[in-house]
Design a protein around this ligand. Structure first.
Ligand code: NAP
Ligand code: G4F
Length: 358
């Protein structure tokens, strides 16, 4: 029997860090649909930060609640350890991160602490709890195509890393720690090297959502201009729903291995503008202006993934292509813009924040 063969249990337990983020919400839906009990780590904030998972939440006093939340933070090792001890999950998905590349230049030390050392805190806790209980805890690390940075496309598992931001450097650190804990201690720990994935739930300061939010608000007469930086950057954009299926598959293999997850189709930011404004019968050249504030000290020019290994070993393939991704985001944001317009016309003073100020 392979070293990491799974034993069958009734209800598997997963712990997700970053459950309130884009991927956390889709992964929670996926794992609940697979019959898991899902635990999530949430940061304490002065306002509610669980919008993306509110539709999944069931009063924990009810017998059938399978989504349970715990306070914690990737910078707080003892709290993470306590939650892992308490839950004793079968699988941990570490999705928590300061995930914005441009912000990582403004907060490099914090980004390194959360995105790099945060992974180490989890690995150390897993090592201890697993040694004491004798029960395997499988670990998924949210790696990123940003780790390839300046390496020429197409990028695969064999491509050397050349990080171009504090964010990417911190993720490379986490990648090497995962590999080291796998080799040194035999942990079932893997990194998914995921290329950009977007959705209707994407944070509004990432370029795709910034564009779909602005274009739909322009269509409804709620704003006129959209300020952007480098339009020549090339990205391999997929839909987050597809990518969380790959995360789960990576933890179901007989042996722990790292995988690139990508669509294999790339577009420039300019092409994303064409597709979005085109769906709305608008001309983006009439509305988009350049703002150097959105340029980065070092840019990643061209990401284009080769996910052959994931297609062959995980039998994974994306279901949502570029055009469907854009139209889903546009339709969703058009509805939001229409709601906002209706509220405005009814005299409500509440105005949506101009999206995308980073
Ligand atoms: P996201 O929407 O920005 O979500 C990040 C999550 O991390 C949020 O739940 C956030 O909590 C949480 N978080 C941030 N700092 C934390 C801290 N100090 N302690 C605990 N939780 C913290 O990111 P995403 O797009 O879902 O991405 C998920 C993961 O995949 C990230 O690690 C990201 O770096 C990586 N990744 C993303 C992509 C992509 O294209 N989306 C591609 C490759 C890799 P709040 O809600 O409270 O802010
Ligand atoms: O949407 P972005 O901010 O995503 P970026 O930097 O590629 O990072 C995302 O994908 C990574 C995977 O490769 C993740 F690891 C990471 O967590 C995050 O999810 O920017 C995409 C491109 C960049 O080249 C940027 O310079 O769009 C360019 N861009 C042009 N104007 C802009 C803007 N990006 C943002 N955020 N805002 C702009 O105004």
């Amino acid at each position: 029997m392979p070293r990491h063969a799974r034993y069958s249990t009734n209800m598997r337990k997963a712990l997700i860090t970053g459950i309130t983020g884009q991927d956390g919400s889709y992964l929670t839906e996926h794992l609940l649909s697979e019959g898991y009990e899902v635990h999530g780590i949430v940061r304490r904030a002065s306002t509610f930060n669980t919008d993306r998972i509110d539709h999944l939440y069931v009063d924990p006093h009810k017998q059938d609640a399978r989504l349970l939340l715990h306070y914690g933070d990737l910078t707080d090792g003892p709290a993470l350890r306590h939650v892992i001890e308490q839950i004793q999950p079968d699988e941990i998905y570490n999705l928590a991160a300061q995930s914005h590349v441009a912000v990582s230049f403004q907060q490099p030390e914090y980004t390194a602490d959360v995105d790099g050392v945060g992974a180490l805190r989890l690995l150390e806790a897993i090592r201890d709890v697993q040694a004491r209980t004798g029960r395997e805890i499988r670990y998924y690390q949210a790696g990123t195509s940003e780790m390839f940075g300046a390496a020429p496309p197409p990028q695969s598992e064999a491509t050397p890393f050349h990080p171009r931001s504090p964010y990417a450097a911190a993720k490379v650190m986490a990648y090497h720690l995962v590999r080291n804990y796998r080799e040194a201690y035999g942990l079932y720990a893997v990194t998914g090297i995921l290329f950009n994935h977007e959705s209707e739930r994407r944070g509004e300061t990432f370029v795709t959502r910034k564009i779909t939010r602005a274009a739909t608000r322009i269509k409804e007469g709620l704003q006129d201009k959209l300020y952007l930086g480098n339009l020549d950057a090339v990205r391999d954009w997929g839909h987050a729903e597809d990518y969380v299926r790959a995360m789960h598959l990576m933890l179901q293999q007989d042996e722990p291995r790292d995988f690139v997850v990508a669509t294999g189709e790339s577009h420039t930011v300019r092409e994303f503008l064409d597709a979005t404004f085109g769906l709305l019968d608008l001309n983006w050249q009439d509305h988009v202006e350049f703002d150097p504030r959105y340029l980065r000290p070092a840019e990643v020019e061209h990401l284009h993934g080769d996910a052959t290994k994931a297609r062959e070993a995980l039998n994974w393939a994306p279901r949502v292509g570029f055009n469907e991704l854009v139209s889903r985001m546009v339709n969703h944001d058009l509805e939001l813009a229409r709601q906002e317009k209706t509220l405005r016309e009814a005299g409500h003073t509440m105005t949506a924040r101009q999206s995308g100020d980073i």
